[in-house]
Design a protein around this ligand. Structure first.
Ligand code: NAD
Ligand code: DAU
Length: 357
């Protein structure tokens, strides 16, 4: 089984490829990644030899139609798992255009090249295009209720608007051309290899370095957290057993306010660093100017994937968060390698104004 994974050098893609190579010995994976600030090809340097043999990296853009065609003709691709995206909400607020280019135009080009290939391939009934999307397309919940697969789309940020548009194109390619597509809409992931611009790794590293912990607004916004390996298991199930044309929501069932997460991380880190009393990391917390258009609450109803594909998350939130903290503390070489000059500039731009207000 030859699978094209896009965006496999980012957070979820890296975890997915490493996990899939380990548990699916008959899979060979071609990873196409443009290596933006968020992609790191070194994430695969330590693959075991039998896994490294089944892995190929190609540096390139999903919007490059001739490259995609070349990959299809060189490799006997039987399925696509599409992670590549600009993924950070705050970056989409400061510079939306890249999000349209990759998330909308890039996805469209990938779909169209896939359609051309699918029409001419042998065994077209085995082909699958799995599009990885987000619960943010549904907009914001109040303090009650859950997102189901039938919740109307109502995206708030340029990021979620671009993901919503890409989902519509994926569905259009199923309805109009019969391309066997599947969509997953997932809640917030956490775990190893996440770029330290997102809440959990940013807080872990700021606590370690005794920097300010910037909590947006009053810290009461709620996210539904899912350990990344549980997400990867769900994706394998949808890819192998999902019904083309369908959407599957995936959630962790672990709703927490942001401030609860930050407190928990302070406590987990303090235990490991021997800090307490007046030295507690909780003293580093600063409430800063809110994210514009900040969605209040996300919470997923995962009943469909649980019932139809017998998936459920296996990792307990507090345990997996502790393991994530340990992963970062034990991989400071990885952290330092992804914190380029561009990273430092981003942190400066995003937080300077917030801290000053
Ligand atoms: P990420 O930002 O860590 O990684 C994105 C990867 O895509 C990077 O390796 C980057 O180099 C690559 N990329 C970007 N533009 C590209 C292009 N034009 N061509 C080829 N490669 C390109 O993102 P992530 O957190 O791993 O998210 C992966 C996918 O999952 C995204 O589609 C995102 O919308 C979705 N998602 C993420 C979460 C989450 O909590 N992180 C939750 C639900 C859904
Ligand atoms: O819900 C799925 C989405 O989860 C994915 O589609 C996105 O790709 C992913 O980035 C994530 O989006 P969020 O905006 O929820 O994640 P982020 O880690 O940026 O923020 C989580 C919450 O923490 C959010 O309410 C904003 C808040 N926050 C974030 C940062 C970076 C802070 O309070 N302070 C911060 O410094």
């Amino acid at each position: 089984m030859n699978i094209l994974v896009t965006g496999g050098a980012g957070f979820i893609g890296t975890n997915f490829i490493r996990h899939a190579l380990a548990i699916r010995p008959d899979w060979r994976i071609v990873n196409l990644d443009a290596l933006t600030y968020a992609g790191n090809p070194a994430n695969f340097e330590d693959l075991a030899p039998d896994q490294a043999e089944r892995y190929r990296f190609i540096h390139g853009d999903i919007g490059d139609a001739s490259l995609i065609e070349r990959i299809f003709s060189e490799e006997d691709i039987q399925g696509i798992i599409h992670f590549a995206a600009e993924s950070h909400v705050d970056r989409s607020i400061l510079g939306p255009e890249k999000f349209l280019k990759t998330n909308i135009i890039g996805t469209f080009r990938l779909l169209h090249a896939s359609l051309n290939f699918w029409k001419t391939m042998g065994r077209p009934e085995e082909f699958r295009f799995l599009h990885i999307s987000t619960d943010e397309v549904y907009g914001s919940l109040g303090s009650e209720g859950y997102f189901t697969e039938n919740t109307p789309y109502d995206p708030s940020s340029p990021y979620s608007a671009s993901k919503a548009a890409s989902d519509h194109f994926v569905n259009a390619y199923f309805r109009t051309y019969d391309l066997p597509t599947l969509i997953t809409n997932c809640s917030n992931n956490y775990g190893p290899f996440q770029f330290p611009e997102k809440l959990i790794p940013l807080m872990i590293l700021n606590i370690l370095e005794k920097k300010s912990l910037p909590v947006y607004g009053d810290g009461k916004n709620v996210r539904d957290w899912l350990y990344v390996i549980d997400h990867c298991d769900a994706l394998i199930r949808v890819f192998e057993q999902g019904k083309p044309g369908e959407t599957y929501n995936i959630g962790g069932g672990a709703e927490r306010q942001n401030i609860e997460i930050v407190y928990l991380l302070c406590d987990l880190m303090d235990k490991r660093l021997g800090r307490s009393g007046s030295k507690s990391s909780r003293n580093l917390i600063h409430f800063v100017t809110d994210r514009p258009g900040h969605d209040f609450r996300y919470a997923i109803d995962s009943a469909k994937i649980k019932q139809e594909l017998e998936w459920s998350p296996h990792h307990r939130f507090e345990d997996a968060l502790g393991n994530t903290v340990d992963w970062y503390l034990n991989h400071m070489d990885w952290v330092n390698s992804v914190r380029s000059g561009a990273y430092r500039k981003w942190i400066e731009i995003n937080y300077q104004e917030r801290e000053n207000s």
